[in-house]
Design a protein around this ligand. Structure first.
Ligand code: ATP
Length: 310
């Protein structure tokens, strides 16, 4: 699949550019168009470097993947999913923007929006626990972004605090779509769920249905959302043990406890999401209507995205 390079080089760039400036022009970018700077981090299959576009001086996070390594480790499929998912999602608040993709002989490049404030987890670590207003603020942005993603037929499947970055205006932006599931349209709509073929996700945030039935869907992202809401308040995720096996046991037994002082209204939200059966969980609509979010006007995009952090 990596040999079909033309698709790789052009499609992402063309689409991203079109959305970016409202014209149908195709600005192609290559490695030579960027000045590479500090490393932002490393993943298992990628390195992310801060880079400046030499023409616009705009800063980007460029994710570089070594082709040989990707092929050897059989990750080609995931790289393509990441690109296709981000292209389908376009440039929307709450989703990391993919501006260009290109490649050279050795590597594949994703030119992503630079999120200068790091991971949401960083805030939780720094303050130990976030207060109810801050949790409501970021929580609302997460719900809005997840709803948008699901409406486009994409289930993320690995929502965790490390994959929620903070953009230049301290707003959340969801990243890492390599393990996403792109749902096929059924008529005019996307289905709610699908059979998972292989294990995906991160131990602490994985849903019980994936562990029990190898089954995943939109409600698995909402399970993970509840785990993060819990973590923002408690400072640690609800299901955590010394190893993955024990963590899975806890998840399957729904064994978690609220910390002292955990606000009742947030308890209620979390309780209604951390339910073993996906069909018993609140839906996105149910979350939006929960009294924790009573003050949020979901139709007012600006109110969710353009207010300062409380
Ligand atoms: P893995 O995929 O192995 O779980 P990962 O998802 O952390 O790892 P990457 O997506 O390659 O791997 O990201 C590596 C690191 O780079 C991240 O920890 C993150 O802190 C940083 N990073 C990634 N994307 C951006 C971005 N758009 N802006 C700023 N920093 C980023």
């Amino acid at each position: 699949p990596l040999e079909s390079s033309d698709e790789w080089v052009n499609r992402g760039a063309a689409e991203a550019t079109r959305i970016q400036d409202g014209t149908a022009s195709t600005i192609r970018r290559t490695v030579k168009d960027f000045a590479f700077g500090d490393s932002l981090g490393e993943g298992s299959y990628s390195t992310v470097v801060l880079a400046t576009d030499k023409h616009s001086q705009k800063k980007y996070a460029v994710k570089t993947l070594d082709k040989r390594h990707i092929i050897k480790e059989k990750k080609v499929k995931y790289v393509n999913i990441e690109k296709n998912a981000l292209n389908r999602l376009g440039q929307r608040d709450g989703i990391v923007h993919l501006f260009f993709t290109f490649q050279d002989e050795q590597s594949l490049y994703f030119v992503l929006e630079y999120a200068p404030h790091g991971e949401l987890l960083g805030l939780v670590k720094k303050y130990g626990s976030l207060n109810e207003d801050v949790v409501r603020h970021f929580g609302a942005q997460m719900v809005d972004a997840i709803k948008y993603m699901h409406d486009q037929g994409i289930v993320h499947r690995d929502i965790k605090p490390e994959n929620i970055l903070l953009d230049d205006r301290m707003r959340i932006t969801i990243t890492d779509f390599g393990t996403a599931k792109m749902l096929e349209r059924e008529g005019a709509k996307y289905p709610a769920d699908c059979k998972a073929t292989s294990f995906v996700g991160t131990a602490e945030y994985v849903s019980p249905e994936l562990l029990n039935d190898k089954y995943t869907g939109k409600s698995a992202d909402l399970w993970a959302f509840a785990c993060i809401v819990f973590q923002m308040i408690a400072g640690k995720p609800p299901f955590k043990a010394t190893n993955e096996y024990l963590t899975f046991q806890k998840i399957m037994k729904l064994q978690y406890a609220f910390t002292a002082g955990f606000p009742l209204v947030v308890r209620d939200l979390v309780k209604n999401l951390l339910r073993l059966k996906p069909q018993d969980r609140l839906t996105v609509r149910g979350i939006q209507n929960h009294y924790f979010f009573a003050d949020i006007d979901w139709k007012d995009h600006d109110a969710v995205w353009n207010r300062p952090v409380p």
